[in-house]
Design a protein around this ligand. Structure first.
Ligand code: DER
Length: 234
């Protein structure tokens, strides 16, 4: 459908930035999966070589293994040349909410390590203000989720424990933690301050606010019958 065409267009556009020999951060989610598949095709066809991937989830590891993309662990690389990942929301200052797929712990590590972090989104992800439409994910230690929920609620937010669909009980992350999804009244006006405040709550490992990390935002769009890509100006 339309959104899929936007995702495919932006995923393949980002892969065009990959050069031989790069260490590439491979994001998570459906748009990032399309990017990884496009990278796999280029390696298969010999259009790229010498690529090392650093994944951000079990999703990426499974996909890379299926496609024969060589991987290195985060601790095995000194640097990441280019990281490509999706986002759930992008505001006008390129601040992001990520974590729709509960992979934001490894995603933020890779985005931070990368010399360049390129975000690939379909046009529906562009918002004026974060957290009005998409809940903010917060990864918490399983043994502390109620304590953290209570602290977040006291800050003036609505909090829900993310429940799994094809597993009984809550979603368990690749790190073995749980996820709280949080809505702040009126959205988030100061992402930098809120990211620091939330990550300072005991029991919190990471939250989905990606502040001052995105270097470029590529937006998939469909105009008429054509799917195109816009390089968003900050
Ligand atoms: O979970 C994540 O952070 C994903 O990157 C998410 O933000 C975007 O997923 P999508 O490309 O499937 O919309």
């Amino acid at each position: 459908d339309l959104q899929d065409r936007m995702k495919e267009a932006v995923a393949t556009a980002a892969v065009d930035q990959i050069r031989d020999g790069m260490v590439v951060g491979l994001g998570s989610g459906s748009t990032a999966a399309l990017m990884i598949r496009a990278l796999g095709r280029k390696l298969q066809q010999g259009e790229l070589s010498g690529i090392v991937g650093v994944t951000t989830s079990f999703q990426g590891e499974v996909l890379a293994a299926e496609l024969g993309i060589p991987l290195q662990a985060l601790n095995a690389v000194q640097r990441i040349d280019l990281a490509i990942d999706g986002a759930d929301e992008v505001d006008p200052s390129f601040q992001l909410i990520k974590g729709g797929g509960a992979c934001h712990v490894q995603e933020k590590l890779v985005a931070r390590r990368a010399d360049r972090f390129v975000v690939v989104v379909d046009a529906t992800k562009l918002v004026e203000r974060l957290n009005l439409g998409f809940l903010l994910p917060v990864e918490v230690l399983p043994g502390a989720w109620r304590q953290v929920r209570d602290e977040l609620t006291a800050m003036g937010s609505r909090v829900e424990l993310r429940m799994a669909v094809r597993k009984a009980g809550p979603v368990v992350t690749d790190q073995g933690n749980l996820v709280l999804d949080v809505a702040f009244d009126g959205g988030i006006g100061d992402p930098a301050a809120l990211e620091a405040t939330i990550n300072n709550i005991p029991g919190v490992l990471e939250n989905g606010l990606f502040v001052n990390l995105a270097d470029q935002v590529l937006v998939g769009e469909v105009v008429g019958d054509e799917a195109g890509v816009r390089d968003l100006a900050r």
